[in-house]
Design a protein. Structure first.
Length: 752
């Protein structure tokens, strides 16, 4: 029996950590959180110090029982979830659950920034009590989010539609997207023209120079007429006009490497370089941190903890990087003074930067061993870290000014004198042109003069990388929350991604407008950032959780009551600016279960509906619909009009009178196959709530026979059952018997 029990939150950690410890240790996983606030109630006692009422998460009962049994058998219990506030909450909840079985044993907390033998053994030598301040900070955040979400969301259900939500942080992030979208739509482009000259000296290749000044001033060329006039002036009627070199400036500079990754910079780089979403980046990084199978060595952790806002690096890691760089490239590739990066003031600085656990595990050694996504992200992290410790690159910048007839052009060149950290992160630069050697006063031949019409551009739409950067710069959320914020905005239908950039939906704009109008402070970026700072103070023990929550509620609850009275309802729709093509009444944008659509305000007299699109300026246009030709299958027994085949909301076919709504006759769509059980009814097409097609007896409920596969009017040759089914699966079609006790099956193309 193991004397020491280590409880982690991930099964992957069990495998990785288990290699470092002897038989006296047992490692067991809680598989994430085991307790949480129940979904169906607020579960926060606002009158009793904001006490939270936790329950075992459904499905985790077996995990809890296993943890209790293991705790009862162990002499020492160590809790080792991730080293952050979320991990501290998991540790507290595990301690709460196993306390009765621990029989008074000391439950201690251990944490490590990397999963290595040295780090785990060091943590076991220095266990500590659970950190109540960190737990309180996490609980304060959880309760704040619960109060906002569970109190505002029902209000949105009443005023907009069910199933949507508001969030303390997500709604502010939505506001950033909506405001940027509004800026882009309101933007009016302005025309301007650019000039490029391709010049050649007596020696060396031709090079490009861009128009820099006209008559000593910054050029402003607003239209084609001005461009033509300037072109005529520059050329001056000469067939081979000469330019004169006004000056040459050569400077040598050092370019320092960027710091190692934080969570946000890792997410940004992974999006820009690898095309990863923030969610995917964190998922892949989690695996690299917890341990991956690297062949003969088994499970091995490759990177340090990936939820961090610090650029700090341990002395051991710095020394290992120095040894690797000097051994591999030479002493000149390591700086004279070791690099120490300064973490920004607002950062928690609780953990090191994201870096490889062992810099000597080069990415090339893992190629073909790791899955592609893990290999690519590890390569990015490894290269960024090693580059951050390397010597600066030395670059020679050259600027050449050349003019003719008052128009001055500028060419910029760059030449790498010493690559330094570039050996790890090769740089791409439009300026990386090696210009020929030129002297002031030297003549240059114009080979070609180009002019190009341009237009000013609106501010760029956010992509995942730029949104994460904006959230971090404004202090909205924390590194561990960025991926979930982005996912929630899309899951709620507030934003979508097209061409890797965010677009805001009509629902997102409406919800943001209602929240901004009614919860001004809550939707303020500055207020949200201040709340993050207060949560940090709780984690530092400088502020009490209950006091923070009480102060928030005193401001929030009166505003909520006012919003319940004053918030406009848009359940009937919002104006679209378009008219109904059927009756001429205004069309409204409505938010239904299946999405956003356009509907006539004259409903129910007019039932016109349509999908719609928006252009770059936000103007709505109806989607043209092809006129549906419905199949006629007979005459209505009630009014004599044609019977048509229609489809239900969930997708199944049915037969209804063409005279609807005057005549409401309808009947199931028969497949023409007699019911194999009762023999009196016919099998009719139906669909489940989720839209899955099935076939049941038309005499239901008198006969409850049903089958999933399309029925065939053919008896089973093996058991004699009165129908067969056409089963489609994995790209193949086969004929099967619906009788569960019969195994008959043949290919659809075969005949019996």
């Amino acid at each position: 029996m193991a004397k020491n029990l280590i409880i982690v939150e991930s099964p992957a950690k069990v495998k990785t950590i288990g290699k470092f410890l002897g038989k006296d240790y047992k490692v067991q996983a809680s598989v994430g959180h085991i307790l949480d606030l129940p979904k169906k109630s607020l579960a926060v006692d606002e009158q009793n110090g904001f006490a939270a009422h936790y329950e075992i998460i459904p499905g985790k009962e077996k995990v809890v029982e296993d943890l209790k049994k293991a705790a009862a058998k162990a002499d020492n219990i160590f809790l080792a979830p991730d080293p952050d506030r979320e991990g501290e909450a998991i540790a507290w909840h595990v301690a709460t659950v196993i306390a009765p079985e621990s029989c008074g044993k000391t439950i201690q907390r251990i944490s490590f920034n990397e999963i290595t033998r040295r780090a785990v053994e060091e943590a076991l030598r220095r266990p500590a009590p659970l950190n109540e301040d960190l737990y309180d900070a996490q609980q304060a955040r959880r309760i704040l989010d619960r109060l906002v979400g569970y109190k505002i969301s029902p209000l949105l259900w009443k005023k907009v539609k069910r199933g949507i939500s508001a969030g303390r942080v997500q709604s502010v992030a939505l506001r950033l997207l909506v405001e940027r979208d509004a800026e882009r739509k309101a933007f009016v482009p302005e025309e301007f023209w650019q000039f490029r000259a391709f010049l050649r000296g007596k020696e060396g290749p031709a090079f490009r120079a861009d128009l820099h000044k006209v008559q000593g001033k910054k050029p402003r060329i607003p239209d084609a007429a001005a461009a033509d006039a300037l072109e005529k002036n520059i050329l001056g009627g000469d067939k081979s006009p000469l330019f004169t070199v006004d000056g040459v400036e050569v400077k040598t500079r050092e370019k320092n490497p960027p710091p190692p990754f934080t969570t946000s910079t890792m997410q940004q780089a992974a999006h820009q370089r690898l095309g990863f979403t923030a969610k995917k980046t964190m998922s892949v990084a989690q695996r690299l941190y917890e341990g991956v199978d690297v062949g003969e060595e088994g499970s091995k952790a490759l990177i340090t903890y990936m939820r961090t806002d610090s650029v700090r690096v341990s002395e051991e890691a710095r020394a290992a990087a120095e040894e690797y760089i000097v051994r591999t490239f030479g002493a000149e590739y390591y700086p004279a003074k070791a690099r120490r990066y300064k973490t920004r003031a607002a950062a928690q600085d609780a953990h090191e930067a994201v870096r490889p656990v062992d810099v000597n595990v080069v990415p090339e050694s893992l190629k073909g061993v790791l899955p592609s996504d893990q290999y690519r992200l590890y390569s990015l992290i490894w290269a960024r870290f090693t580059a951050s410790q390397a010597a600066a690159a030395k670059v020679e910048d050259t600027v050449v000014l050349a003019s003719r007839n008052g128009a001055q052009f500028r060419a910029r060149g760059e030449r790498v004198l010493f690559p330094g950290f570039y050996v790890f992160t090769p740089q791409k630069s439009d300026d990386a042109v090696d210009l020929p050697q030129l002297a002031p006063g030297a003549p240059l031949t114009l080979e070609k003069l180009e002019k190009e019409q341009k237009f000013t551009q609106p501010p760029p739409a956010y992509n995942e990388a730029s949104l994460v950067r904006e959230l971090e710069e404004k202090g909205i959320g924390r590194p561990s929350t960025y991926a979930s914020i982005i996912a929630t905005l899309q899951d709620r239908g507030y934003a979508c991604i097209a061409d890797k950039h965010f677009g805001v939906t009509d629902l997102g704009c409406v919800v943001c407008g209602l929240l901004t109008d009614n919860f001004t402070e809550l939707m303020d970026v500055g207020f949200t950032a201040q709340m993050e700072e207060k949560l940090d103070k709780v984690a530092e023990g400088k502020e009490k959780r209950a006091a923070l929550l009480d102060e928030f509620s005193k401001h929030f609850n009166p505003v909520l009551e006012q919003a319940a009275r004053a918030m406009n309802s848009v359940k009937g729709g919002v104006p679209s600016g378009l008219s109904c093509p059927d009756c001429g009444k205004p069309l409204q944008i409505r938010f239904g279960k299946s999405g956003t659509f356009m509907a006539c305000s004259g409903y129910p007299e007019c039932r016109f509906t349509s999908d719609f699109n928006r252009d770059d300026k936000g103007a709505a246009t109806l989607v043209a619909r092809e006129k549906e030709e419905r199949e006629v299958v007979g005459k209505c027994p009630e009014c004599g009009a044609d019977l048509l085949v229609k489809r239900s909301r969930t997708g199944s076919r049915f037969v209804a009178c063409s005279g609807y709504p005057a005549c409401r006759h309808a009947e199931p769509y028969s497949m023409g196959v007699p019911c194999p059980v009762c023999g009196q009814g016919e099998l009719a097409e139906k669909s489940s709530r989720r839209g899955k097609i099935f076939y049941s007896c038309s005499r239901y409920p008198a006969c409850d026979f049903a089958m999933w596969d399309q029925p065939l009017n053919e008896s089973c040759p093996k058991c004699g059952f009165g129908a067969l089914g056409l089963k489609k699966a994995r790209g193949t079609t086969s004929v099967v018997c619906p009788n569960k006790s019969c195994s008959f099956k043949r290919n659809a193309g075969e005949s019996e």
